[in-house]
Ligand binder design. Sequence first.
Ligand code: FE
Length: 350
Amino acid sequence: MKTVFIIIKMGEEKTMYNLRKTVLLVILIFLTVPLGQALAAELVVYSARKEHLIKPLFEAYKKETGTEITFVTDKAGPLLQRLKAEGKNTRADLLITVDAGNLWHAANEGLLLPVTSATLGNNVPEHLRDPQSRWFGLSLRARTIVYSTERVNPQELSTYESLGDAHWNNRLLLRTSKKVYNQSLVAMLIAEHGEKLTEQLVRSWVANLAAPPFSNDTKVMEAIVAGQGDVGIVNTYYFGRLLRKNPDLKLALYWPNQQSGGVHVNVSGAGVTTHGKNRAEAIKFLEWLSSEKAQNLYADANLEYPVNPRVANNPEVDAWGHFQQSQFNLSRAGELQTAAIRLMDRAGYR
Ligand code: FE
């Protein structure tokens, strides 16, 4: 206001009116532009999670905070490559991807920033986040046993290890070992049992295969329904999707290792990028994603489990039953991935 007064005093009488108009305009511009910018914060997200799963979250967040989120979706590999190639020039503030193995790789490449946040520490259980706080699990999926309800009594089942017993000879179906989900599963088995026992276990699975490994989890389940095999190992949400399509599905999930180690779980999760330009905003959004109000929106969209222990499961997911999960930190899935790939190769798991 001081500046305005001086300008007005300096002006001549007859131009006074015009000057006032100009000054008013300048004040208006000053008031609207910087405030507008401060209100509409911006974020750029790179996401390996599909658009239809994340867009409702971005919209809900915008409604609540005004933050405008632009995003790029692609598979995890190309997104990591892109982040790496862009280096300091990247526009990405946050990376969202599936599988702890992928999150671990992003962190290991220096693409993610350690984030100190009491909120995230409180909302995300310790085993579902990076020990160095560079990534945080946001939704949980179990990789568990699926069986034919027509040919298998669940009492015949007990552990992942037992799928290698003679009882399941020519009855087991698996997805390809090329998929990161199986690499993470085997890596976590190595973390738990060591390489030697895990190799014996994987060999016993391979010996029981009723067909060569399938390209995805849904095909494994469809083959069980078709009678090509009786048991398999799949991610829970694929089972959920199939069950939605066919409520009379002759399949059920089984929770193995309830007396020993728990069910193998994995996450989809996110980390703040090292070279993002909106760091504080990115952390705020990440905290929001882990919060009670966002967790169902995030997990339910893909029939997953919330990671936040204070958030209830979607009823559809809850109907599959409750289970003890493995408490091994998921960073092991990344650390032991190479060992897992080599092991599966040695064991003849294609
Ligand atoms: Fe998947």
